[in-house]
Ligand binder design. Structure first.
Ligand code: SF4
Length: 211
């Protein structure tokens, strides 16, 4: 079987398992999406949703975040990891959007990545989710699944994994593939104890864990 054929089967099988996979972060407004993605670094979407429920009702606008008291921000997001840095970045991000981007969240990857706390992955998730711009954001789940299934190599950086996935899959599948791979990695092909014995991709997988 060629790599292209394997990639097709991988997408088909994961699609059967997670036909409706979509982002699991809760948000109403554009800036809330960006902030939720930023806060999700090194923690779970469930934890972020617990925190943002109150955070977004206390801080309703970008201006509110720009004028926030850092100690108050920290106490509101303290259940998330790295909360000192996240609070600091959150306030700076809001100030930068107001002062350098005319109170508009930038629409390009290059500009988004100028914002404190916004890296390539965050920018990709935001552009794909809000503007439906084709992107594959590579997080820990997408990376692990891609490596185990032979779509990437073990030492590939997230950017290299992203490039390999974009090369092998058609552009119109990128956003969907990102969500489906995340679900597959988060709930099935988990870091520890993946469900290899019942995995429909066992024959393709390069790193199955069978006791
Ligand atoms: S066989 Fe195991 S490691 Fe491989 S893709 Fe399936 S669940 Fe993941």
């Amino acid at each position: 079987m060629t790599k292209k054929q394997e990639a097709k089967i991988i997408y088909q099988e994961i699609s059967k398992m997670y036909p409706d996979a979509k982002i699991e972060l809760n948000y109403q407004q554009k800036h809330e999406l960006l902030i939720a993605i930023m806060l999700s670094a090194q923690t779970t979407d469930i934890s972020v949703n617990r925190v943002t429920k109150n955070l977004f009702s206390n801080y309703k606008t970008i201006e509110d975040f720009a004028h926030a008291n850092i100690s108050d921000l920290e106490s509101q997001i303290k259940n998330l990891g790295l909360y000192h840095n996240k609070a600091k970045n959150l306030k700076k991000l809001a100030q930068m959007i107001i002062n350098e981007f005319n109170n508009q969240i930038p629409k390009t990857q290059k500009e988004l990545q100028k914002l404190p706390g916004v890296g390539r992955k965050t920018a990709n998730v935001f552009l794909a989710e809000y503007y439906k711009i084709p992107r594959i954001a590579v997080d820990t789940h997408v990376s692990r699944v891609s490596i185990r299934l032979g779509l990437a190599k073990i030492n590939d950086s997230p950017k290299v994994v992203e490039e390999k996935l974009m090369k092998i899959y058609d552009k119109d599948k990128w956003i969907d593939l990102h969500h489906k791979f995340i679900h597959f990695g988060r709930y099935f092909c988990k870091s520890r104890n993946p469900n290899c014995k019942v995995c429909p991709l066992l024959n393709i997988c390069k790193m199955p864990v069978i006791d």
